[in-house]
Write a protein that binds this ligand. Structure first.
Ligand code: FES
Length: 380
């Protein structure tokens, strides 16, 4: 009221909608990748939502403003209702993306997914060689992935080829680009390993050297400098080798919403590992409440949770303090600055993790599997 001495309470900024919905349909997967980003305790999380429950989640997310929908896993092709979910998603107006290892993507299912309106496919490879691809996934899938890549192009889908990079395949980056070109991928995502989940368990085996990274990036830059390169290549430098953190998830609770197979809503893939979060389930409350009002989605939203040096940093609205999961794994406190940042008092721990990796490769590499999952979490 004009002239009133009453002071209005501060109005918190409105919460923007989740633009990107990730539907993790199942944690089941035929592959055993050493850098899988699924939770290491996945074997104890076998519950999966029904088709009707997923359709309800998609409807609610679309009503909230979500526009892009990724079907992921585990391996989403293991769900027999994938075509039905894609069809419903397209009907709701989502742009749909299938994130797959290729296993289960047969001619018949490709045709059905095309008819259902699937827009886009992301196919993972582990390497340009059969030996390393099959070793890192602990399966014989290299040739099958090549066939699936051709199938994707026969169905006129735009294809992102994704390859996670680490010390074993960084020297093959040139060959990986050649493979992506030969298979007519429009886009190649060379994503250096991020150290969470299974990759955190195997970090001493996967951590590259500075020299490997510099050489691989130079190969990518030479390819990009060619006249009219056929494939767009994204090279994501690993956080541990940077001086500033990535804007993880574009900020907590800003645009990204993942739903786990059992209906748990996650502000990031690894949020289960953060202590103190009360993770909501879509079976228990409306998605709009979860997104706007739940404790978990507000825990690190905005900047009021930040401690020094983030709280007064002039870059805090650019990187949002970095990654909460990385801060927790390395410092034991998810509200610390991401220690990748050179301003963090814990930055030396990241430098040490990189330095000691070659000396610490004494334990065997751990392949993702139900038995390893249970061994890592015997108490759950
Ligand atoms: Fe969880 Fe970055 S992966 S906040």
């Amino acid at each position: 009221m004009a002239g009133s001495s009453e002071i209005s309470p501060p109005v918190s900024p409105p919460v923007s909608p989740p633009l990107w919905l990730l539907a993790e349909l199942t944690y089941r997967c035929p592959l055993h990748c050493v850098f899988c980003y699924n939770p290491t305790q996945y074997a104890r999380l076998q519950e999966e939502m029904s088709t009707a429950q997923w359709v309800d989640v998609m409807r609610q997310a679309r009503a909230l403003g979500a526009a892009q929908l990724g079907f992921s896993g585990g391996e989403p092709m293991l769900r027999d209702d994938l075509e039905e979910l894609v069809q419903e998603a397209r009907h709701l107006g989502f742009y749909t993306n299938l994130i797959t290892s290729g296993v289960g993507l047969t001619e018949t299912r490709a045709r059905k997914l095309k008819d259902a309106g699937l827009d886009h496919v992301q196919l993972s490879f582990q390497d340009s060689t059969k030996e390393l691809n099959d070793f890192l996934s602990h399966t014989k899938t290299f040739e099958l992935k090549q066939k699936v890549a051709r199938l994707i192009k026969q169905h006129d889908w735009p294809m992102v080829m994704n390859c996670v990079l680490h010390r074993h395949n960084l020297p093959h980056v040139g060959k990986i680009i050649e493979m992506a070109e030969a298979l007519e991928a429009e886009f190649l995502e060379l994503a250096n390993t991020q150290y969470y989940g299974w990759a955190w368990t195997n970090r001493d085996h996967l951590m590259p050297t500075h020299e490997q990274l510099i050489e691989a990036e130079a190969v990518v830059n030479r390819y990009r400098a060619q006249p009219n390169p056929r494939c767009r290549v994204l090279f994501v430098v690993p956080d541990y080798f940077e001086e500033r953190p990535k804007a993880c998830m574009n900020g907590w609770g800003a645009v990204f919403l993942a739903i786990a197979p059992d209906g748990t809503a996650l502000p990031c893939h690894n949020a289960r590992d953060l202590p103190g979060l009360k993770l909501p389930r879509v079976q228990d409350q409306p998605l709009a409440d979860i997104w706007a009002r739940s404790q978990a989605f507000n825990a690190y939203r905005g900047d009021s949770w930040m401690k020094p040096p983030c709280s007064s940093c002039d870059e805090r609205h650019k990187d949002f303090g970095g990654c909460r999961c990385q801060a927790f794994l390395i410092t034991g406190d998810a509200a610390q600055a991401d220690p990748v940042c050179s301003k963090s008092p814990h930055h030396a721990k990241v430098v040490e993790l990189v330095r000691r990796a070659p000396e610490h490769r004494v334990t065997p590499i751990v392949f993702r599997s139900d038995s390893e999952s249970r061994a890592l979490h015997p108490q759950d």
